[in-house]
Write a protein that binds this ligand. Structure first.
Ligand code: KG4
Ligand code: ZN
Length: 317
């Protein structure tokens, strides 16, 4: 089995996955509550929390799988991109476990991890496909030609789609992270109530910062009672604009090829409903988790002892 560890942002996660892509355990401990009072992730707070949680989370994953470290053949860990302090905690834990057992270690790119959420059972798919990766930090259109072989066709010029959801949620007075809350609220709203603009940028890129400004203008002069009354309509219209932008680009780029969607925003109900023909990452594998990291390790070269002791984390690709 592969033991996966993920600590790139505010989720401390460990998972056990077989070579065939079966999930034996998938433990995610979210720190969202800890960061909510600050309205976003505080990097130093995240690092400290990862340090407290990483060992118990690994233990819990082993217990859930009914396994011990004797059953583990290699350790997979997120090397980047993400918060460097947070990544270093997972990387150090992975090195320590691998070193103590002389096991190989597989450094995994977080974004490749999201794509590899599609290679887990049940319902694994095979490349090639066009992949929309939409998360809190990234919005990418990828031409996935093989396992671990992808070409970037488009990206966001400013905010990521998840960031747009989170910033919109904040303007609407919802908690952090706001994507899921906004999704829930939008179900009771009229998506046609407001006409929010979808930026048209050249090529296959995205832009979401104008949309956020449009929501700001629509909300800033509203009295609290008025905002309360229109909140669901604002959420529905805003979400609709983001989803329209994502789906529009995906359809343009797909050109008949198979479509897949991964990342936290892939959990969005309107996006899922708008792409009925697409391969959608299972809900529990959309947001950050370690099963996808272990999955990516199946298609990534391992580093043998002691070569991995010098590996460093990276903040961006
Ligand atoms: O992939 P992820 O867990 O972390 C990153 O790698 O960034 O994605 C988190 C993002 C957040 O911005 C969150 O608000 C968004 O995914 N998200 C959603 C939903 N669930 C999570 N956005 C829209 N609708 C949802 N249901
Ligand atoms: Zn992620």
């Amino acid at each position: 089995m592969i033991l996966g560890i993920e600590t790139s942002c505010d989720e401390t996660a460990a998972a056990l996955v077989t070579e065939d892509g079966e999930i034996r355990a998938n433990v995610v401990s979210s720190q969202a509550d800890l960061h909510a009072r600050y309205g976003g992730v505080v990097p130093e707070v995240a690092s400290r929390r990862h340090l407290e949680l990483v060992t118990p989370v690994v233990r819990e994953a082993l217990a859930e799988a009914g396994a011990t470290l004797d059953d583990v053949d290699r350790i997979a860990v997120t090397q980047g991109p993400g918060l460097v302090g947070a990544l270093l905690v997972g990387l150090a834990a992975a090195k320590a476990i691998a070193w103590s057992r002389r096991l190989p270690l597989v450094p995994v790119d977080h974004l490749r991890g999201h794509v590899a959420s599609l290679y887990l059972q049940p319902g694994a798919i095979e490349p090639p496909f066009l992949c929309l990766l939409a998360s809190g930090g990234h919005t990418l259109l990828l031409d996935v030609r093989g396992y671990g072989d992808e070409r970037v066709l488009g990206t966001t010029l400013d905010d990521a789609a998840g960031e747009a959801f989170d910033k919109g949620a904040r303007l609407l007075g919802l908690g952090y992270p706001g994507g899921r809350e906004l999704d829930r609220l939008a179900r009771n709203g009229d998506a046609g109530a407001y006409d929010f603009p979808v930026a048209r940028v050249p090529g296959l890129d995205f832009s979401f910062s104008g949309l956020k400004t449009a929501l700001l203008y629509a909300t800033r002069d509203l009295a609290p009672a008025e905002l309360e009354e229109k909140r669901a309509d604002l959420a529905a219209s805003y979400q609709h604009a983001i989803v329209r932008a994502l789906v529009g680009r995906v359809r343009e780029a797909a050109n008949g090829s198979r479509i897949a969607v991964v990342g936290g925003v892939a959990a969005n109900s309107e996006l899922r409903a708008s792409l009925p023909d697409a391969a959608l990452a299972p809900l529990q594998l959309c947001t950050d988790n370690a099963a996808m990291i272990a999955s990516a390790a199946r298609f990534t070269d391992a580093v043998v002892y002691p070569g991995y002791l010098g590996l460093d984390a990276y903040a961006s690709r």
